[in-house]
Design a protein around this ligand. Structure first.
Ligand SMILES: Cc1cc2nc3c(=O)[nH]c(=O)nc-3n(C[C@H](O)[C@H](O)[C@H](O)COP(=O)(O)OP(=O)(O)OC[C@H]3O[C@@H](n4cnc5c(N)ncnc54)[C@H](O)[C@@H]3O)c2cc1C
Length: 364
């Protein structure tokens, strides 16, 4: 049996391990020295849980964690806490993102306790994009905390079992703490120092902004190694396929913090099948960054191209034959499916007819 499954129920946290902060799979994979893969889930504009389940199922067996974003770009979608509630029910390992833009310290600390109680084992702490870039620029920005003070707050809750106020927690949250880094925008000298500050505040893993400039990333990693930061924190490099040269140009000009060199755009523009070239470029980038000393994994952000994640992970060979956890129907669910199939076959009626019979029992 895989050590990453709770034999009682896959939706329950794993047994605690000495030296681990969380009871989750992502921390185990990284601490075992395996190359980790995480993926961002595109949050639905919907109240239908199946939209979350369908999107998560695409990653099944390919990733060690699923990021639930918190209104990135300051655009409203299903909340990260809601998505995480659904994902933990199904046994997935969510990485709950918290942006400080929309909630004060009281709301955030409550969310951390609620999330941990639901089985969330990983939290990514972000200051968050400003409201001016989103679809509701008149919204009131909160920013009571920022990424540093958020990391410190959750670390205090976890390690000292108390709220920021000093009030005691009877059970502290067991979470693996993460943050974002962006090595791709100036001031470049400041980026490793900012990263070091996040580690001091409590970051145990980081996920980077999209990497389309491997040379720039190598420079950053050299500084990171000189400062010993890769020994203190797990580094996952953000990657993603570009759907077309037009998309690349749009991202370059409109998404704050995203840097795409002109050579990359030219490569995609020159291809017959731009979508396929965007995917190939992503695989090529993974091939290069996985060899850089101090890199511990990749974070795939395949916005509206999630169907390519399995192919990208497979073709890049980053898992080296390893199979991350895959959701399987629980025994009770398969019994229900079996029983339904049996009933449907015996009566030779379609689900629609069954629904009709239920609505008009007098006709049966
Ligand atoms: C993997 C990933 C996931 C993300 N998910 C979300 C999300 O769910 N929701 C969301 O709203 N946003 C999200 N973002 C966007 C992110 O919030 C912004 O890119 C942000 O500008 C940088 O990350 P941060 O929030 O950790 O900010 P911080 O690193 O805390 O920095 C806050 C801001 O101050 C700037 N800054 C701080 N100090 C200096 C300095 N001395 N000189 C110059 N600039 C400085 C930073 O560049 C940044 O703009 C995500 C980004 C990444 C990489």
């Amino acid at each position: 049996m895989s050590p990453d499954i709770n034999p009682v129920d896959p939706s329950l946290p794993l047994d605690p391990l000495p030296g681990h902060s969380s009871r989750g799979r992502l921390e185990r994979v990284l601490r075992r020295g395996e190359f980790a893969v995480t993926a961002e889930l595109n949050p639905p504009d919907s109240a239908d849980p199946n939209e979350v389940y369908e999107r998560a199922a695409i990653f099944d067996g390919w990733v060690d964690g699923v990021n639930a974003v918190d209104a990135s770009g300051a655009n409203c979608h299903m909340s990260s806490v809601g998505i995480c509630a659904l994902l933990t029910r199904m046994g997935y390992a969510p990485i709950m993102q918290i942006a400080c833009r929309d909630k004060n310290r009281i709301a955030i600390q409550g969310d951390v306790l609620g999330a941990s109680a639901m089985g969330v084992q990983n939290i990514l702490c972000l200051t968050g994009d400003g409201v001016q870039g989103g679809d509701q620029p008149g919204a009131k920005p909160v920013f009571d905390l920022d990424s540093m003070s958020l990391l410190e707050t959750i670390r205090t809750m976890r390690d000292e079992a108390k709220f920021l106020s000093g009030r005691k927690l009877s059970t502290p949250p067991t979470v693996f703490l993460g943050a974002a880094i962006n090595p791709f925008v100036p001031p470049f000298d400041f980026r490793p120092l900012h990263f070091a500050k996040k580690i001091r505040a409590g970051a145990q893993f980081v996920q980077s902004q999209y990497c389309y400039d491997v040379a720039l990333f190598r420079e950053f990693m050299k500084r990171v190694r000189d400062m010993g930061l890769n020994e203190q924190c797990y580094i996952l490099v953000g990657v993603g396929p570009l759907a077309s040269a037009k998309t690349a140009r749009w991202m370059k000009n409109n998404v704050p913090g995203v840097h795409i060199p002109d050579a990359v755009i030219k490569r995609i523009e020159g291809a017959k099948d731009q979508k396929n070239e965007g995917k190939r470029l992503c695989i090529d980038i993974i091939d290069e960054v996985k060899e850089i000393e101090g890199v511990h994994g990749v974070h795939v952000m395949a916005y509206r191209q999630e169907e390519y994640v399995a192919e990208i992970v497979h073709e890049s060979g980053v898992l080296k034959g390893r199979s991350p956890w895959k959701r399987e129907a629980r025994r009770d669910e398969s019994q229900v499916v079996e029983r339904l199939e049996h009933l449907l076959n015996r009566d030779a009626v379609s689900p629609q007819e069954m629904a009709g019979r239920a609505a008009h029992p007098e006709k049966v």
